[in-house]
Design a protein around this ligand. Structure first.
Ligand SMILES: C[S@@+](CC[C@H](N)C(=O)[O-])C[C@H]1O[C@@H](n2cnc3c(N)ncnc32)[C@H](O)[C@@H]1O
Length: 249
């Protein structure tokens, strides 16, 4: 499996280098059953706005609209693939909910997404990673086919068998899910509390607390003073018990 993945990476890297100076990833589509599992892993639903970064023939955005009732946008460098995606969406009867734009994912604005999907080279994912944290709303789900981010532990992963062999991956595909965490590093005070929080992506350490969790904007910890649960809203944490903590400057 590891050897196959290495071969795939080499093939992708060679193809990428052949394409002048742009960060290119060749068009290799995600198998249909894997697309469905990616969207299911992200718990995609009618209220979601799914953005596929490097959308190829449009299949992820079209499936999100057709099978999950979501709206979506595919961003793709290749103009011919954008045209083909629009035609595929029209044929699938979801052109009103599945849009496609020609553009570079490194400069495009995808901050409105609630679900982001990826099947891109690790180098490109690495360049996108800081943008996910800077621009995506806390709670946005990011799902990647085959390749993971660096230093950011996935919140979930799944390996599945695929019916037909897939280039470089044999008959297996691994999917990774990350939930964008709110930025909580710092000192917070209010409601009779003052706590310092350290943060490494979704992993947090709350001074004096024995357990602490952060999932999107939902934060909780347990300390000798009791249990606290709340929601991060910018520079405030609103407790379930109506206590409000503000970030100290
Ligand atoms: C491996 S394919 C994945 C296609 C589709 N997302 C899927 O899973 O079936 C990657 C796609 O990303 C596009 N791509 C590569 N670099 C890009 C960039 N910087 N901006 C936009 N699209 C890009 C390629 O043209 C290609 O169609």
């Amino acid at each position: 499996m590891r050897a196959l993945l290495c071969l795939f990476l080499v093939a992708l890297a060679c193809a990428a280098r052949a394409q002048d100076t742009e960060w290119r990833v060749p068009f290799i589509s995600t198998p249909g059953e894997v697309v469905e599992r990616m969207l299911a892993l992200a718990n995609t639903g009618r209220d979601d706005y799914v953005v596929d970064l490097g959308s190829g023939d449009g299949r992820i955005v079209i499936t999100a609209a057709r099978r999950f009732g979501a709206r979506g946008l595919g961003i793709e460098l290749d103009e011919a693939l954008v045209r083909a995606s629009r035609e595929n969406a029209r044929r699938a009867g979801v052109a009103d909910r599945a849009s496609f734009a020609q553009g570079d994912v490194l400069t495009a604005d995808f901050s409105a997404a609630t679900v982001v999907t990826l099947y891109l080279l690790p180098e490109l994912i690495g360049r996108l990673q800081p943008r996910f944290l800077a621009y995506l709303k806390p709670g946005t789900r990011v799902v990647s086919h085959a390749f993971r981010m660096t230093g950011w532990r996935p919140d979930a992963s799944q390996t599945l068998q695929v019916a037909g062999p897939h280039p470089g991956q044999g008959d297996e595909s691994t999917l990774y899910l990350w939930i964008v965490p709110a930025a909580v590093r710092g000192v917070w005070a209010g409601g009779g509390m003052r706590v310092r929080i350290e943060q490494n992506y979704q992993e947090i350490d709350v001074e004096g607390a024995t357990e602490a969790t952060l999932r999107g904007a939902d934060i909780a910890w347990r300390s000798p003073a009791g249990r606290f649960r709340g929601r991060v809203e910018g520079d405030r944490i609103i407790g379930d018990d109506a206590r409000v903590l503000a970030r100290e400057r």
